[in-house]
Design a protein around this ligand. Structure first.
Ligand code: SAH
Length: 360
């Protein structure tokens, strides 16, 4: 699919023609990854963060936000909950927290791998190679790090570098691939200042990176962030601005499925937040094959406030997983068993050795 075709689909508003896009994405999803929907248990380990991302509600400098870091005992309780619910993967996500040390995380991963059959996915931000290597060595299977936008100017605006930083997120993705992780990335849809051409390029880039996992969700303004405060003005000013709607997010998701047919693609929490009633279902019908129920203990999950309105419909984690399982069944799909890793993993050596990087 050419860049121009991707952009034309993103601008498409005719309901009949969009039905064709949804049908194509659904067909490719079925053919390449099947009808199983994999559920991943998400645990938000910590909301401490050393970064100043302009979009994110747990960015450093939000002094009024109560910070937490789960203990190993609390995390292992979540792990056991995931096992008891029949889930096959644990996703450990956090702010970019130096308190989650190389050895601490390695020990945790080793313990999960020793005590359970779960696959472990990490999403702990931009970390050094020696940390990423130690965690892979300890048994971590996958890593999620969205590049957020492929427009270098927009990236710099929303994602200020650390003073000591030497590499961008694409370079980290390259390291992850070299270390043998299954690699996931993605972008936010509707960031203030993001044009249709930018988003089309993002999708093209997802295909070039040959990702194992793709996470896409609508950008949701957080009132206590620089971008959340400035957002409205930027949106008004730019005629070419991509909206942060559920339909635009699912267009991007459908196109991501077409450019990366084998990827595991979640119907994201952000999508379910902009459309509470139908977000997850729409995602699953427009290319997605994964849902990540939040298993973070109540009391902490409210503090992992990357955007507003993230609170689930029910605080009961078991009930929430049951609701997702019922949704999957109502769509005529099955709940996946086991770790549900990347289908094209054996293909790993034929991937491009180098990912394109902004720094080149
Ligand atoms: N510290 C980790 C995890 C961050 S949360 C990291 O940076 O990778 C995971 C994702 O949530 C981010 O990559 C971003 O794409 C998304 N996110 C953050 N703030 C958001 C917002 N205001 N609206 C929508 N998505 C957001």
């Amino acid at each position: 699919m050419t860049l121009a075709e991707i952009e034309t689909w993103l601008r498409e508003e005719d309901a009949g023609r969009l039905e064709r896009l949804w049908a194509m994405a659904d067909g490719v999803r079925r053919q390449h990854v099947g009808d199983a929907v994999h559920l991943r248990g998400l645990v938000e380990l910590s909301n401490h963060c050393r970064r100043q991302c302009a979009y994110c509600g747990i960015r450093a400098g939000r002094n009024e936000l109560v910070r937490y870091r789960l203990t190993e005992t609390e995390i292992m309780d979540c792990v056991r909950l995931a096992v008891s619910l029949g889930l096959g993967t644990m996703v450990l996500q956090a702010g970019e927290d130096p308190g989650l040390t190389r050895d601490g995380v390695a020990g945790l991963v080793r313990r999960i791998k020793a005590e359970t059959a779960l696959a472990v996915t990490l999403s702990l931000g931009e970390r050094d190679d020696d940390e990423l290597a130690a965690w892979r060595e300890a048994g971590a299977d996958r890593y999620l790090l969205r590049f957020e936008t492929s427009n270098p100017e927009l990236y710099r605006r929303i994602h200020p570098a650390r003073p000591v930083e030497t590499r961008d997120r694409l370079a980290v993705l390259e390291s992850l691939r070299r270390l043998g992780y299954e690699v996931g990335s993605g972008v936010m849809v509707g960031i203030p200042g993001q044009t249709y051409r930018d988003l089309a390029r993002d999708i093209e880039r997802l295909g070039e990176l040959r990702l194992d996992m793709i996470g896409l969700g609508p950008y949701l303004p957080h009132p206590e962030t620089p971008l959340g405060q400035a957002g409205q003005t930027v949106t008004d000013a730019a005629a070419d601005q991509v909206p942060n709607s559920a339909v635009m997010a699912t267009k991007a998701m459908a196109l991501a499925r077409l450019v990366c047919p084998d990827a595991n693609i979640p119907a994201t929490t952000a999508l379910a937040t902009v459309d509470r009633a139908r977000g997850h279902a729409l995602g699953l019908q427009r290319g997605a094959n994964v849902i990540m129920p939040d298993l973070t203990p109540p009391g902490y999950r409210e503090l992992y406030a990357i955007y507003p309105g993230k609170t689930p419909l029910t605080a009961d984690r078991i009930e929430a997983v049951r609701a997702v399982q019922a949704l999957v069944a109502s769509l005529g799909r099955s709940v996946g068993r086991g770790p549900g890793g990347a289908r094209h993993r054996e293909d790993v050596t034929s991937r491009p050795k180098e990912c394109p990087s902004w720094s080149k």
